[in-house]
Design a protein around this ligand. Structure first.
Ligand code: 2M8
Length: 423
């Protein structure tokens, strides 16, 4: 069988094997529940092979939506006693706005509207849009209401709302004064080599933040909260998702004005973060991410923020630079999740160096948006080559392409389907 047909068949089979009935799990063993952006990627891939199952995935995630609009980062549809920390840590039932099904109290990057658009483009279903679009509207509106900073950008309040183990959170986590020992059993560093997962030092801080958040119903006042982080990844994903939501409203003949205006405002606020000398966007005012530069710094490309000349500069000097995120003789697989020049770069530890299929997918979309066709095609080619050699796993060593993390990882399979099948 030719490689393309084989990859399609294997990716589809993997999603079927991870189908738990009410939802598709992100991966075998370590991830037995429904995660938010994982489900969006899964729906996006299923759009091309089984749109009805893709729509079910979206509906299922939205069963976890809170009455204020938030779509949580994990929905615990079914018991999985071996997974820790599970629903008992979150205790969402104690929160007035939580739904019946147990969930976490945080959110994740809002890819869902983009997935719903891809589903609709692949297999239109107006009644599905009528049901879902108002729910997406509520989620986005909640982000702007509860999490907006004066800059117009959106804050995250916990690393689990982003790429949790990224070095970009190190300084903010280090500022938290947390004592004591971990008092729960972690599943992740038993299933996977501990040297590839977050340290206990960081995990202790994740739990400390969750417990403090729980005590305030997961709705902290941003001015008093010790972890308020402007994640450029989440903001860029939201800007693109607002465009897609406005488009979806258009399909319904409804009013997408709030979404279009929000997309433009986010783009303007993100554009202010451009730093010509480093050819990337900076995280903190006046404090470029020196030393701990990550993919976050390039994400505005995905949302169409740079001027065309800036996009070219970002590609040449950062995304494709052999000494930063691009292919080099000693690490030929792009895109590294942290810059190779960063002291925090660790090619096997998750979110601190390895290659991720979802990240490559975002940059492929970004390059295509700028008409950088050859560049997008090359990144697509290398990504497909990587999954073809190493399988659909959670992340990959950029030096060897070696598979790392969880095997049979759903979003790697789902986004491969999108890379191969989107018209
Ligand atoms: C990872 O996050 C979870 C915590 O929610 C974990 O470490 O157990 C992250 O990579 C996150 O982005 C992803 O959604 C999740 C499931 O794939 O795993």
């Amino acid at each position: 069988m030719e490689r393309r047909a084989r990859l399609i068949e294997q990716a589809h089979a993997l999603l079927a094997a991870n189908d738990m009935g009410p939802f598709v799990r992100p991966g075998k063993e370590l991830y037995p529940h429904q995660w938010n952006w994982d489900s969006a990627f899964i729906a996006l891939g299923l759009a091309h092979v089984d749109p009805e199952r893709g729509r079910a995935e979206v509906r299922s995630l939205l069963r976890g939506q809170w009455s204020d609009g938030m779509v949580p980062h994990i929905v615990f549809h079914i018991p999985a006693p071996d997974y820790s920390p599970g629903p008992e840590l979150w205790d969402s039932g104690a929160c007035e706005q939580a739904p019946e099904v147990p969930t976490s109290g945080l959110t994740q990057p809002p890819v869902l509207a983009t997935a719903v658009r891809v589903l609709h483009e692949a297999a239109p279903d107006r009644s599905f849009l009528e049901e879902i679009v108002p729910r997406l509207e509520q989620w986005h509106a909640w982000l702007h209401r509860d999490r907006a900073l004066d800059s117009g950008l959106i804050a995250i309040v916990h690393p689990w709302e982003g790429a949790d183990n990224s070095p970009r959170f190190d300084r903010a986590l280090a500022r938290l004064e947390v004592g004591g020992e971990l008092d729960i059993k972690r599943t992740d560093n038993h299933e996977i080599d501990a040297s590839e997962r977050p340290t206990d030092h960081d995990y202790l801080r994740y739990l400390y933040l969750v417990r403090r958040l729980q005590a305030q119903g997961y709705r902290p006042a941003l001015e008093n909260w010790p972890f308020v982080f402007v994640d450029l990844t989440l903001n860029s994903i939201l800007a693109a998702a607002e465009d897609d939501l406005a488009w979806l409203w258009g399909e319904l003949g409804g009013d997408g004005a709030r979404a279009s205006v929000a997309a433009e405002r986010l783009r303007e606020a993100l554009a202010d973060r451009w730093d010509e000398s480093s050819a990337v966007y900076v995280e903190d005012d006046g404090d470029p991410m020196m030393g701990d530069e990550t993919i976050d710094a390039m994400f505005p490309l995905y949302a169409g923020v740079p001027q065309p000349a800036q996009a070219r500069h970002l590609f040449d000097a950062a995304l494709w630079s052999p000494t930063r995120f691009g292919p080099s003789p000693e690490a030929p697989w792009p895109v590294t999740s942290a810059s190779k020049a960063s002291p925090a770069y660790d090619p096997r530890r998750y979110w601190r160096g390895p290659v991720w299929v979802n990240i490559n997918w975002f940059f492929i979309q970004g390059l295509e948006r700028y008409g950088m066709r050859a560049e997008a095609d090359e990144l697509r080619r290398l990504t497909l080559e990587l999954v073809s050699r190493s399988g659909f796993v959670e992340y990959y060593d950029p030096r060897t392409g070696e598979p790392l993390g969880v095997s049979d990882f759903s979003w790697s399979a789902a986004l491969t389907l999108d890379l191969l099948l989107r018209k």
